[in-house]
Design a protein around this ligand. Sequence first.
Ligand code: GDP
Ligand code: MG
Length: 389
Amino acid sequence: AKKAFVRTKPHINIGTMGHVDHGKTTLTAAITKVLSESAGADHVPFDRIDRAREEAARGITISIAHVEYETATRHYAHVDMPGHADYVKNMLTGAAQLDGAILVISAHEGVMPQTREHVLLARRVGVAHVVVALNKADGADRELADLVELEVRELLAEHGYPDSPVVRVSGLRALEDDPVWTASVAELLRAVDEHVPVPERYTDAPFLLPVEGGLSVTGRGTVATGSIEQGRVAVGDTVEAVGAGPGFTAVVTGVETFGKTMEYGEAGDNAALLLRGVRREQVRRGQVLAAVGTQSAHHRFAARVHLLTAEEGGRRTSIGDGYRPQLYIRTADAPGRLRLRGAERARPGETVDVEVELGTALAMRPGLGFAMREGGRTVAAGTMTEPLD
Ligand code: GDP
Ligand code: MG
């Protein structure tokens, strides 16, 4: 039988971000190793987190890795992503809903383009807290590390993270059990425990889970996975799938997190729901599973949209009626067509009211944030004001 998940500590969603090769995956492995000593984690080796290379060779892309661990006071779900494009996509679609982030920065190299972009992205998608791991401190010149620390503090302050702790660590040496550096990783975790508060969770609202993916489990049926946005779900509940194609209702016959069974899942939890009588192909990324009758799918909505400037990575030219970007809404990614309200054209840097027509009907609500992308870059951030038909 599977182990039961015992909910004794508040749950936090966290992840590593930062420039390629600054040591995100090594640090993720090191955290699980250090905590495995205190029974707070099962050590997850580097190559089980960083499956990107191996999977790429087989023609599959794995874009996100989840590991879990516990400190003395919290239970964490931690995401690590192989490439820069995966950060952009997972963070914008909300597949990585982070309560806090560990910004990994090499003490040799300092702030690099992806360091900057991930900080921007974190701010844009509402990551409230950042803790800095000044990594590769094992071989680093102290004065150089001091300079990098100043540089990263300045970058964070500019983007609304003025009080981020900076901890000098070596993920690599901690993985090699060097006591100086295992202590540095423990110190980093203390900083995360202290600096990232438990966010307010909407556990009393009706259940809602944006579906990240589905899989079939031999002999058991179909499982839908994702992070619970609001409410609670327990075995025996009936849920309804809404949006991104045909819907269905199904009884939940199992709730799990990281392979352990749960009595109930609640807002903030990373959950896998076993659904009775559902075929694998009925479960689709972008769909939501919700309390029956609480959600409906819409093709059109009104929104307020801010067009990013070229300096922010956005367009150089204006947009007009009929503009067709790709929209990222929760875990969904759908083509859209815009109509401007009260303006002929809108230039980068401007905020405009628009009506959006989607290629696929999706569940939505006023206040929901979304991103618009075009040709591999983010061109606008928007907020829904009202679902239309
Ligand atoms: P990622 O792309 O940010 O996930 O970086 P990786 O974790 O894959 O690490 C990139 C390279 O940096 C690898 O060769 C690691 O062995 C090396 N590395 C990672 N952390 C450290 C560290 O703390 N010290 C040193 N010296 N090298 C490190
Ligand atoms: Mg990596």
